[in-house]
Design a protein around this ligand. Structure first.
Ligand code: 5AD
Ligand code: SF4
Length: 331
């Protein structure tokens, strides 16, 4: 698609452009009816960065910081297995230092004893570390570039480097990870043109899993006064992304649900084919607040039942296989 067409769809009224219907057709044709469930474990909220939009930023002194113990993380992985999920996502802030040896042992233990596919989402690390994590059993890595607009990126992430982010993504690719990335939609100063660039970049970088969510203003951050009215544009962005990147995995993100009670369902009907239900133990989950409105009360088991029913209601299937990237496999 030309950039001008992308912009037109992003600006247009979906009822008139037929965007969601088209995206749903493309989804069905290229990735089928299966919806893959991946258990999200937020194992630490410790972060040394100071991103302007995020509740885990280091200047937010009101949150209690935690690191789950190895056994707690392992038990959460076992729960994912019990719930029938084939994959887990281990997510954290970016710690300045962490005990990598211990973490590698934990990954090996999870891999050996559960056989789950391990996805990591723990930010920018040195290439050697990525290699060690891969060797210990992780095979997928999620790291959003957030926006392709260099100036906006530097404003939002004052202590991060734009080039470094993309270098990390290319290392991950080189090391054989399935690479996930993504953006927030509705960031202060973000134009529709810039979102079109983001979408074209997903395609250029052959991103295996593309996470798109609305920016939600967090009262504990410097962006507390910005508007939150970003659901509509976020879902349009998701739909256009499905059309431009037909084979990618695209999750119906929690941020969609945070802004709209039926947000996940709407995303699943506009191109999404993955859900990452949160299975972090309750006493930690309430401290992992990137943005307000996150559902922290769902019992993991009850939520899995709710999702099963939702999937059925939509006439789709619960994907029991690994849900490997079709981009990577060139299918
Ligand atoms: N609103 C929406 N998404 C956010 N994230 C962080 N803070 C916010 C916010 N205020 C997203 C970022 C990050 C992902 C884990 O959560 O895109 O990469
Ligand atoms: Fe830390 Fe990531 Fe939040 Fe930035 S977005 S403050 S790196 S957890």
């Amino acid at each position: 698609m030309e950039k001008s067409e992308i912009i037109e769809l992003l600006k247009g009224n979906p009822a008139e452009t037929g965007l969601f219907k088209k995206a749903d057709e493309v989804r069905k044709k290229y990735v089928g009816d299966d919806i893959y469930l991946r258990g999200l474990i937020e194992f630490s909220n410790i972060c040394h960065r100071n991103c302007l939009y995020c509740g885990l930023r280091r200047d937010n002194k009101i949150i209690h910081r935690y690191l789950m113990s190895d056994d707690e993380i392992f038990e959460a992985a076992v729960l994912a297995k019990k719930l029938g999920y084939t994959s887990i996502v281990l997510q954290s802030g970016e710690p300045l230092s962490f005990n990598i040896k211990k973490f590698l042992e934990l990954l090996k233990r999870i891999k050996n004893e559960t056989g789950l596919i391990i996805t990591l989402s723990m930010g920018e690390l040195e290439k050697e570390y990525y290699l060690l994590l891969k060797e210990a059993g992780a095979s997928r890595y999620l790291m959003r570039f957030e926006t392709s607009d260099r100036n906006l990126y530097s404003y939002l992430k004052p202590d991060s480097k734009y080039e470094k982010r993309f270098e990390c993504l290319s290392w991950l690719r080189e090391l054989g990870f399935e690479v996930g990335s993504g953006i927030m939609v509705g960031l202060p100063g973000q134009s529709v043109e810039s979102i079109a660039d983001d979408i074209m970049l997903f395609d250029k970088l052959k991103i295996d899993m593309i996470g798109i969510g609305p920016f939600i203003s967090n009262p504990e951050t410097p962006l507390k006064n910005f508007n939150n009215n970003n659901f509509e544009l976020a879902i349009k962005t998701l739909a256009v992304t499905r059309i431009v990147c037909p084979k990618s995995n695209i999750p119906a993100t929690s941020a969609m649900e945070a802004l709209d009670d039926n947000g996940r369902e709407k995303a699943l009907m506009a191109g999404a084919n993955v859900i990452m239900p949160n299975i972090t133990p309750y006493n930690f989950k309430d401290k992992y607040i990137l943005y307000p409105g996150k559902s922290i009360f769902d019992d993991p088991y009850e939520y899995s039942v709710y999702l099963k029913n939702l999937i059925e209601k939509l006439g789709r299937k619960w994907g029991k296989g690994p849900g490997n990237s079709r981009v990577k496999e060139g299918l």
